[in-house]
Design a binder for this molecule. Structure first.
Ligand code: PDD
Length: 287
């Protein structure tokens, strides 16, 4: 498969795609990003992802690199050139290239990079049917986790710790013992009454697009949702647990640290919601 990236106005072979050493994304993590799933050649939840990109840019006062219709053309062109049917689109906007100085540069054009990567959906489905292990880790991130910034060092460290402990995802835990979210996913449990529980949106978590779409799907399916924080102990005793993201859709968590969740198999609520979410987002996707 060809691998082509978009970098600041040019489509280039992925192996040669690069940005300037003084790009502020590289030097200060001064940038934001989005990850969108592509299924059957269609971008899932594109509108909400672009809305969130706009919000992240606004919050950090980074100029949009181009108007939305042009960005949508670039995203599709990257998909087309990569022959992407099932996979992920990554796009990143930084404050641009300027001599290193912490304060914003007076004149710098935002940088835009777009890459595509195929994903083995069969493998992802098998992972969901098997369930994954989450490993808890202290949440040491900054206080604006609602912004999808490329500054992911605490997330990287947590995920690596989870991986080294045999887990698939890290569940980040705040100072009060409550789960905020995963290192790159939102965290959910199903309580003993069958209600969905997930933390309410605030600056401690990213407002996941999958989270939002799943809420709509769950409501339509008559599943009651409670937005509140939950503790690690509560999660370990929950009927089910799962994670959501553009990369994992809805993936059951069957173990948290050494505690087995439910009967150790993916829960029926999570699996049903996974199916409903995929169906709904595919139905909404535009070519
Ligand atoms: N991560 N929380 C965090 C910290 C995330 O990084 C993500 C997404 C999510 C889920 O958001 P969404 O449903 O919009 O994908 C929650 C992406 C996939 C990543 O960094 O790869």
């Amino acid at each position: 498969m060809p691998r082509i990236a978009y970098v600041n106005g040019r489509y280039v072979p992925h192996a040669q795609a690069s940005v300037h050493v003084e790009d502020r994304g590289y030097q200060f993590a001064d940038g934001v990003y989005e990850v969108c799933a592509v299924k059957n050649g269609r971008l899932l939840d594109e509108g909400p992802h672009l809305d969130r990109l706009d919000r992240s840019l606004r919050e950090l006062r980074i100029d949009p690199p181009m108007a939305r219709p042009a960005l949508r053309v670039v995203l599709r062109e990257v998909m087309r050139r990569n022959l992407l049917r099932d996979g992920l689109l990554y796009f990143q906007v930084t404050r641009g290239v300027a001599p290193r100085d912490h304060a914003f540069p007076a004149h710098a054009a935002s940088s835009l990079v777009v890459t595509a990567r195929p994903v083995d959906l069969v493998k992802a489905q098998a992972r969901a049917e098997e369930g994954v292990r989450a490993v808890t880790h202290p949440d040491i991130r900054w206080k604006r986790c609602d912004i999808k910034a490329v500054a992911l060092l605490p997330n990287v460290l947590a995920k690596q710790a989870a991986k080294e402990a045999g887990g698939y995802e890290a569940w980040l835990v705040d100072e009060t013992g409550h789960v905020t979210e995963g290192s790159s996913t939102n965290a959910w449990i199903v309580d003993t009454d069958g209600n969905l529980v997930t933390r309410a949106l605030d600056s401690a978590i990213l407002g996941g697009i999958t989270r939002r779409m799943l809420m709509q799907v769950a409501q339509e399916a008559g599943v009651h949702i409670i937005e509140r924080p939950f503790t690690v102990e509560e999660a370990k005793a929950a009927r089910e647990a799962f994670i959501t993201s553009a990369t994992s859709f809805v993936t059951p968590v069957t173990q948290i640290d050494d505690a087995v969740i439910g009967n150790g198999r993916p829960g029926s609520v999570a699996m049903r919601l996974r199916e409903l979410y995929i169906m709904a987002s595919e139905a909404l996707a535009q070519a």
